[in-house]
Design a protein around this ligand. Sequence first.
Ligand code: HDD
Length: 750
Amino acid sequence: STPAKAVKDVVGAAVGKVADALTTDVPGAPGSAPPTVEEPTTRHDPLPPKPEQGAPQTRTPTGAETGAPTTANGQQGTYLTTSQGARLRDTDHSLKAGPRGPTLLQDHHLREKITHFDHERIPERVVHARGAGAHGVFTGYGSATELTRAGFLAKGKETAVFVRFSTVLGSRGSADTVRDTRGFATKFYTDEGTFDLVANNMPVFFIQDAIKFPDIIHAGKPHPDREIPQAQSAHDTFWDFVSLHTEAQHHTMWNMSDRGIPRSYRMMEGFGVHTFRLVNEAGETVLVKFHWKPKLGVHSLTWEEAQLLGGIDPDFHRRDLYDAIEAGAYPEWELGLQVFPDTPEETFAGIDLLDPTKIVPEELAPVQPVGRLRLDRTPTNFFAETEQVAFHLGHLPPGIDVTNDPLLQGRLFSYLDTQLTRLGGPNFSQIPINRPHAAVNDMLRDGFHQHAVHAGVAPYRPNSLDGGNPFPAGDAEHAFLDVPVTVTEAPKVRANPVSFDDHFSQARLFWLSMSPVEREHIIRAYTFELAKCYHQAIKERQLQCLANIDPVLCAQVATGLGLPAPQPTIPLADVEPSPALSQIGREWPGDGRTVGIVVDPDGDLDGVGQVRRAVFAAGMVPLLIAPHGGTVADLPVQRTFATARSVEFDAVLLAGAPVPAPDALPARDAKAGAADSVTVDPRVLLLVEEAWRHAKAIGAWGAGGQVLRQAGVTGSPGVVTGDSGAGVLADVQQLMAAHRTWERFPAAVS
Ligand code: HDD
């Protein structure tokens, strides 16, 4: 044969081998064994992102649209591909030297898949690692236009926002309901540049100078030797620090109050903490503090609920936020300002506005609403949005400037710095969630993860080669204005102003502003946390701090710890309480609240159907709890006696007295005095007992009354009975407006 024919034969044989391999080795290919599990085979495009959930506007740092296909969900086309777009026929088997042979290094798909997986995690945030985010819209009222040139506060102006709520101490996988401060960080994508309001749900901070931030966080984080406890302040190092470093006492008091265990992210206030400076078109300035006021009011869990939820539903706050938004119960807040004259002293009513451990009571400086925030979209992808969002106090639009608060000054350094490690370099503002919606033309170039294709040759100023671009803007073009505040000539010192020495008066103000039941909760929280400490000296030192705040508080906690109550070492501050600090005594809308409805298959199922519709109509979420899943008389069952726990519900309704299901826990005898002969499923009894203990509204009609009797709660405040579900629900709704039936809690102090 000719040489040409020989080559053809070899190629032909090789092609034949490839063809054999394709027909014998590929699962699902003709001739191979049928797959044991049936996969869907109809080909279709990837699921689109949730409605209207594309990435934020895609712009290059030069402000131009990228024109690239949207990769918001990173998935295009029907077929599985490599990261380079080559279609793949198999991703379940590595390329091996025979079915039983070693894996070949040349398997580029295997290496790409595993290498990418190995690098999926980025460092979690050094604080605020655990969080949940949502998109929304901010609408200005126009009431602040005389105070600031910031355009997003103009009347009717709508600005896209992303908000991330968080705990502070815990790691990414920690529980939501721990006792801790909550972060409330808002990114306003304004036309004039991004504004980040990096707030907390408490208006004060542990320290007055940012140089102490590593200290307080080292003390609050788990002990360095055993790395326990997770996401807790109830341990020695935390109390060691705050008892030695008494400026932390005011913030600690907030943490020990019900504010430390919010019912929901939707029911928290937010505070910018620091005093900021606003500047208007005329160049006039005022000092302000930012406040977020939730439409639903400020509400908390009880400590026992928080603890149970840590095990039963560690994602409670996340779930609550997403469920509410997806159910259309969009959380809302008003942004408000406390406004102070910009005087050289930077004080108001004797309170140092640069001291972040101090509030200005709302009774002295009312919070003036300037706009409304509504969260109406959950993220499409947690990592891309919630994890990669990067906040920074230096992200300021024209019209808002900083003050000399030494905590704020240090934060201005820390937030940019931390993103360099966390997000892998200086180009994190190009990540979709961080991209400004204002045009960007910044002369920053190159660096890791540079996504922009910059045009031009002269990223410097002045230049003649790029026609002088980019040009500096002036007042007419709404440039950012560094307010020309006079800096007093003074020697360099490492020292605080004398006014920063007052560490106890406002902790006392907070304590005195609480209702009896809120004080009781504070006492219990201190007692719990200090009882968890091992070192006697730390408990004694913290009791000394409490003595300087209030003798009653100190005595109660000392009793709980079995220690003597010390005498104050300073005169008790003579302060006026601030009723605005109390969470109790008003009525609030019930949007998105959950109502657990216990269904007895032999009970009033028509009534259950009506009540369920009425709960929906009231903007709340009915969850049917039945002995088994599926449906009961065509009603969908969301929880079973095995999966339901009272902590999930804001109120419990009983439409019957279900007898123990086959999988029930061992029952105990009915309470003395309960005349009913029927035994109720013990899990339903537990549900009612816990709901009662947590001061929640409970309602029953028909045979449901038997459950109340067996639980021993009939006639108790906040427990209603009636002939019809509709009537009972109306009463329960009324009770829910006050959040809890407060009189059920014992109040040791008044
Ligand atoms: Fe901070 C994150 C709020 C003081 C350093 N902080 C962070 C977040 C919130 C706050 C809500 C989470 C942002 C997000 O969701 O990504 N921090 C506050 C408030 C403070 C405060 C209200 C006092 C008034 N923080 C503070 C100080 C420092 C930091 C004094 C450092 C000197 N904070 C950081 C940080 C974090 C952070 C290390 C961690 C992750 C991040 O920034 O992006 O830079």
